[in-house]
Every structure is written in C-alpha cells, then in structure tokens.
Design a protein around this ligand. Sequence first.
Ligand code: FAD
Length: 398
Amino acid sequence: MSFFFPEMKASQYFSMSLFLLILLISCPWLISANPHLNNFLGCLDSFYSNHISQVIYTQNNASYSSVLNATIQNLRFSTPTTPKPLVIVTPLQTSHIQATIRCSRTNGLNLRIRSGGHDFEGLSYVSQVPFVVLDLTNFRSVKIDVKNKVAWVQSGAILGEFYSEIAKRSRTLAFPAGICHTVGVGGYLSGGGYGLLLRKYGLAVDNVIDAVFIDVNGRILKRKSMGEDLFWAIRGGGGGSFGVVLSWKVKLVSVPSTVTVFTIRKTLEENATNLVHQWQSVGHKLPGDIFSAVTMRKVNRNGKTTILVAFSSFFLGETNALITLMKAGFPELGLKKEHCTEMSWIESILYFGQIQNKSIDVLLDRSYKSPLNAPMVQNKIRLRQKPNSKSWIRKDLV
Ligand SMILES: Cc1cc2nc3c(=O)[nH]c(=O)nc-3n(C[C@H](O)[C@H](O)[C@H](O)COP(=O)(O)OP(=O)(O)OC[C@H]3O[C@@H](n4cnc5c(N)ncnc54)[C@H](O)[C@@H]3O)c2cc1C
C-alpha cells in the first residue's frame, strides 16, 4: 500500500519506484531541492532535444565550479557571496539553445548568455534573481572565405581563435577588433568593438554583414528575416538585450604583409606633459593608417615618484613611410628608426596585448591571463570633448 498512490497495488508501486530510481540514476541533474530548477530541468527533459543532459551542470555536479569559473575575468564577481546560477547549460547544438531559452522563460528564470566572460560588470554570469547561464563555449567555429574576403564566426570563439584562423589563411587579411585575445566574439560584437584598425576600418560592427540570431521565442533568424532594425540593434546595442546571437558574418579587411609598431616612453622630467598636451591636438589628424594611443602610469625613478607616459602606435606600412608621416604630423615626439619594429598584423596583436616570448599559438589559449586584464578593477571611461590644458594634465597625472 502506498501513502501517495492509495489505489496502487504493491507490484505496480514497486515497478514505478524502480522506474523513478532508474530515471534519477540516469539523469542525476533531475535531483534538486529548488522548485524553479526542478521545473526547468523537467522542461528540458520533456523538450525534444538530443543529448541535452550531457551539457547541464547543476550545483550538485562535480564540474559545476570549474565550468562556472572557466571564463570569469573579474574576480569582484567570483566571491562566496556572489549569486550563482542554478544551472549552467553548455549547448552543443542549436536545439539545446532553443530549449534553454524556452524553459527558462516558461519557468520565470533569468537567462544570462556568456561567450568570453569579459563583461566588466559580470553580467554574463551574475544575476540578482534566480538564473541560468547559457555558456556558448562549444559554439566557436570559424570559417574563412579568403577569395570573397568574408568569414562566419560563432559567438563562443575568442578573438584570438578568430585572428589565428585568419592568419593561417592569409598574411594580408585581418579583422578590425581588439587587442585582448581572450575577449569573446559574442560580447565584443554586441558592444560595437574598437581596436587598432578603428581609424582605417571603423568599429568591428561596421564590418558585420549578417548574423544568425535566436529570439525569445526560440526562432532562428538571419538578417533578412529579423529585419534591419533588429540587425542594427544587435550590432552594438549591448549584449544580452535582444536574444542570443549564434554567429556573425563579417567582412575581412586588407592589411599590408608588413606593419610597423613603436612605443616611446617619457617621464614628466622628459617633457611628457608638453607631449601629451600636443598629442591631443595632432593625434586625430595623423593619416588613418596610423593608430596612436597614450597610456600613463605612476612609477618610481631613483626614489622619486613620477609619471611614465607611453606613446604607442600601429602603422599599416613600413618603417620609412611611418617616420616620414610622423615627422610631418608630430615631429616633437622624435620618432627614429630604432624605435620601430616591423612585423605581421597577427604579431602586432601579441605586441599590443603585451605578450612576450610566446608563439602566436598563445592566441588559442582561452585561459591565458592577459596583462591587460586587471582582475579586481572596476573600469570607468571618461570622455573629454576638448583637449585638456597643460595644468589639468599635470594635476591629473600626478
Ligand atoms: C581585459 C579586457 C580588454 C578589453 N579590450 C577591449 C578592446 O580592446 N576593445 C573593445 O571594444 N572592448 C574591449 N573590452 C570590452 C569587451 O569587448 C566587452 O566587455 C565584451 O562585452 C566582452 O565580451 P565577452 O564575450 O568576452 O563577454 P561576456 O561576459 O561573455 O558577455 C558580455 C555581454 O554580452 C552578452 N553576450 C555574450 N555573448 C552573447 C551572445 N552570443 N548573444 C547575445 N549577448 C551575448 C552577455 O550576456 C553580457 O551581457 C575589453 C574587456 C576586457 C575585460
């Protein structure tokens, strides 16, 4: 006699218990105390979706923490009190993504989409309400069409994987994106994307020509079927706002087989204030083939605190041409041949990523700890529309 099923015979009760036991052994992710999670998992299970149990990580799963932490870049959002997802899904096929969207929606769970995990506020893996992380780590194929200068890249690829695939096929093709190679394509393109080729070729999203997108109803859309408004919005309107972008079709851009880079460092005692002041009014007038940036940091020189200013440039051409252009546009910097290094575009990604003594295969390393990433820092961007005065620069620097 069963308390739950009074009419059931002992043999029927035994068969049913056996069935439930087998179900729980074969689907351990169904064991959960959380009703949201139970309903979500039950929904996934009932959904027609092949092998989905292999890509589900609940908090009971031994791999849960390593999967969650694999791409967390900002340790401010990886503390014991940081809210954790009820479940992480690492889909292998499109139907897994559709099922995850539908089941989180019908069960009132927030869905966080994660590609490379570099979100400054941890938005791809933190939420204040019960949530699911959809991690696109298995969606990272890259297809390059050298002849037509286009590529399809999936969102879960990191920029380094994309760059490597381009460089494998051609020394004179590139994609205008950022210098931190572990940033994910999905979040990067969702935010617009700036990089070394910005002045010549615009933002990364200016070079996106199609996309495969899954909307809140699980529909798969391309540029034509989603319409130009949505296509405009997903290219810079902010990740996680409209749906899941699965892959992007992009134009590749031409670069010379040799590019030139340099970094000239000056302290306050070496005229840095005047040079920064001047750079503000000449930097943007340099030809579009030159990308020029200034970074500053406090250093100790001979027991005295000073500021070290680095003037860095990337040029689409060879040293002699760069020196001629810099002499005309910013002679005060005093650029000489010995400051310059010639290399390929792909090598320049390592140079600006501050990666030394490593082969370009490092670009495939998703877990590489980039020196560009300050893991506990909150980034702030302050845009100035007018050049800063010398006294303001001095005050700001010191
Ligand atoms: C060290 C470092 C260096 C950086 N350098 C640059 C740079 O040079 N140029 C530049 O432009 N930016 C740069 N960024 C900013 C970076 O581009 C953004 O933080 C970007 O959103 C990170 O993308 P991700 O896929 O790695 O991050 P994630 O944390 O995975 O995603 C970021 C956001 O996009 C959403 N999202 C992710 N994938 C998808 C998808 N497939 N569909 C829909 N939404 C999605 C997430 O939900 C989240 O809201 C840098 C960031 C860091 C930490």
